[in-house]
Design a protein around this ligand. Sequence first.
Ligand code: GDP
Ligand code: MG
Length: 502
Amino acid sequence: MPQALADIVAEAKLAGRALIEFGQHLFNPTVRLGVTGLSRSGKTVFITALVHGLTQGGRFPVFEPLATGRIARARLAPQPDDAVPRFDYEGNLRALTQERRWPQSTDRISELRLLIDYQSQRGVARTLTIDIVDYPGEWLLDLPLLGKTYQQWSAESLALSAHGPRAQIAAPWRDYLATLDPSGPEDEQAALRAAALFTAYLKACRDERYAMSLLPPGRFLMPGDLAGSPALTFSPLQWPEPASQALQQSSQPGSQPSPPAGSLAAMMRRRFEAYKDVVVRPFFQDHFARLDRQIILVDALAAFNAGPDAVRDLEGALAAVLECFRMGRKTWASALFRPRVDRILFAATKADHLHHTSHERLEAILARMVERATARASAAGAPVDVVALSAVRATREAKVRRGRDDLPCIIGVPAAGEVVGGEVFDGLTEAAMFPGDLPADPNQVFGPLPSFRGLTTAAAQDADFRFLRLRPPQLAEVDGVASLPHIRLDRALQFLLGDRMP
Ligand SMILES: Nc1nc2c(ncn2[C@@H]2O[C@H](COP(=O)(O)OP(=O)(O)O)[C@@H](O)[C@H]2O)c(=O)[nH]1
Ligand SMILES: [Mg+2]
């Protein structure tokens, strides 16, 4: 089917479903809440804590419907989508509360339905249905590929890999590309080798020393069922200069110049398009386009550990995320159908690694990052807010005397295997930590490079920030129910759901 026609058919399907869902929502108000973030940003812990707090009456003073006693009860119910795995709430909660370990990491989509019985402001009994959709942020960062030709994507990926720490990591892959002729005959072995080197480069960028964020295509990092298939066996190619310029000029979206039939470039392009068809479009249609609200979890502390390059990269990723919501409105918008996300929250997770005096600073830095990203992405088309939170707080605070000063520090149990000053932690011993003070002026983080020292360029003991992995906290039980301490989880809830329980 020609692309334009396929798009029309897809859009008609979406519009049809949007109408049906709209009808259902009239009788049965539903919010589809997307929870995303890169791998290990804290999605699983966030959803587990949120559901636990709502169903077990957590301490959420800022979440108005709960704080004022309007919520009668919240309970789990069977989810609407039969083909999507269920979020393993019970297993994750057991890990956190009984085994005192963080839940197993997953890299696929999952879903959970929550029903909240509440009283409206006027005292009428109502029920709000919340469908929580947990999906990898890596999938979201694939959406911009839909608007790019293979040549554009090749040029952009190569440009990105030419600077900062990426240049060194990408060298083996780039050196290999330099030996390939895009207009030469197609060659499976060359494709395999280029894809393997490209994948190795993307994977190395995710190492904690670099903590890069913007690394599409997402399935190269988490292939799942598609591992080894042609849709994942491609790589950007490098065109010789004059040809590259000619291609750039003529490659307006929709008028993709075709590389010669049977060439290596034609083969790569076909697979790039297959990736969009098999992976990206279905994700957009089946999941992304149906969300009402979106929270994007950001592990800013991992970027601080790594250094200023990682912070910049994160900012680039936030711009790409915002672009998805904006693009959703422009590119696919028709009179019938628009992506529905009408509130976007960026949340810096794991704020319990910082003394509370730095929580505002973390929030300010994230806000500054989103602001700059918004400028680059020319507005998201929906209200955006930021918060620094900890879904499960694993630390407490204390002052420690150092010479004449009282230093604010945090106390927690570093995870087994974490090392500080030559000492290896066993996962049982408590320690007081000074992870480093975030700058009071957020602009300082974005100063000319290198604005601070991180693992990318310095040894661990010389880095300005050192946020260790911690064990989950020992929990207090109230009436036989473990209560999970958190930081500002209620503020996130108020922004995401407060207005939907009028
Ligand atoms: N201290 C602390 N660590 C957290 C918190 N949330 C997540 N983490 C850490 O981040 C890791 C990844 O979290 P997870 O929810 O599995 O991330 P996901 O891959 O986005 O689902 C966990 O194993 C914890 O080590 C938090 O609120 N506080
Ligand atoms: Mg997860």
